[in-house]
Design a protein around this ligand. Structure first.
Ligand code: GDP
Length: 141
């Protein structure tokens, strides 16, 4: 049986500066995904490095964390049945060139790094990522 899950979504700095907040939120709402918390933040380089600590050995770590701290981003908590997989399907593959038609990354991303959105990839990462940005008073589940 499916159960209610939560996922962290980020509209990355490229999505905010390119005025794509509305487009991303529209797709979430059209797909019956509940947004139960939402705010705009501007990560410091240290905060971006902490968020992406799992990638610290990857060759793109410095570039990715520079990018993620380059401007404001919108962080959201999503909730629903199978929301982790459902939202990742809506986002599309990491590399927009490989993303399926109709996905957020296929339609809006310009670069493998500047790919508009982030979504948690497991229950464990969702718990870490949501706790990284939100306290319990900010989440309206
Ligand atoms: P995601 O779960 O689809 O976001 O992908 P990953 O967890 O593998 O990577 C995290 C983020 O790192 C991606 O969303 C991209 O912004 C960036 N990224 C992934 N692969 C590459 C790469 O090969 N080069 C660069 N520059 N950035 C990458």
């Amino acid at each position: 049986m499916n159960k209610k899950e939560q996922s962290l979504s980020i509209i990355k700095p490229d999505g905010v500066s390119r005025k794509l907040i509305g487009q991303v939120v529209k797709r979430l709402e059209e797909n019956s995904i509940n947004i139960i918390a939402m705010k705009m933040i501007h990560m410091s380089i240290k905060e971006a490095q902490g968020f992406y600590a799992v990638h610290k050995k990857r060759p793109f770590f410095n570039s990715l964390t520079d990018f993620m701290s380059s401007g404001p981003a919108v962080v959201m908590v999503l909730e629903g049945e199978d929301v982790i997989a459902k939202y990742r399907k809506l986002m599309g593959a990491t590399n927009y060139k490989e993303a399926a038609e109709g996905t957020i990354r296929k339609d809006f991303a310009t670069d493998i790094e500047k790919n508009v959105v982030h979504g948690s990839d497991s229950l464990e990462s969702a718990a870490f990522e949501i706790g990284y940005f939100f306290n319990s008073f900010e989440i309206n589940g």
